[in-house]
Design a binder for this molecule. Sequence first.
Ligand code: KIV
Length: 263
Amino acid sequence: MDKRITVRDFANLKARGEKIVMITAYDACQARWCEEAGCQILLVGDSMGNTVLGYETTLPVTLEESLLHTAAVRRGARKAMVIGDMPFMSYQISLEEAIRNAGRYLKECGADAVKLEGGVTMLPVLRRLVEVGIPVIGHIGLLPQSVLKDGGYRLHGKNSEEAERLRKDALAVQEAGAFAVVLEGIPAALSSEITAMLTIPTIGIAAGPHCDGQVQVIADLLNLGGSYLPRHAKMYADFYQTAVAAIKQYSQEVREGSFPAEG
Ligand code: KIV
């Protein structure tokens, strides 16, 4: 990756049929790995609630926690695009609060853009952020911040009513001026249709292979936490087992007195 990808490059990537690679990252170290590996976009997802902060859902993540991690990711990655993921209740209360909070990602953390969940209902917020100069990525389908309202995590858009709602959500995000949209937990055929319908790129997670790009949670890809692997994810390395084995060896060497060595 020679130069940082900008929002203007996105439409060209879609037009050229080049797949967009997004991954979550939560600290400077992970940001370095991902940038070195050639990922174009680092999402400082509010999935940090589950993967890093030990919460059961993303709902408790605070704006301050998200800003802290976004700034760390920015320090680790100079070229990749860094996206701050606005936490629950940081953009839903009023347009004014949404702008103030979104602006902090750009001003204080050096983020390139923000992401927020919701389609038609979030149209005024998305539009206003874009109007004041804050690049935004939308997120529709399975919305982890609505897990309590939805009664759990499930595929969205399986019946015709839900599918129609998702088409409207996708168009609303595009109309608001977002430069891309995350499609989460949507049947592959529907996300393929939405991808063909939109001029902005779609980035899928649990949404099949036909999106313009994919996003995965780094903790799943690398098995950082040793917890269960979601069905849509693939484990490319097992950091959990490697870490436990290494730390076991360290503990054993301290106990038996072979570490540290003399001198
Ligand atoms: O928080 C997150 O990691 C996300 C991705 C799953 C898209 O929103």
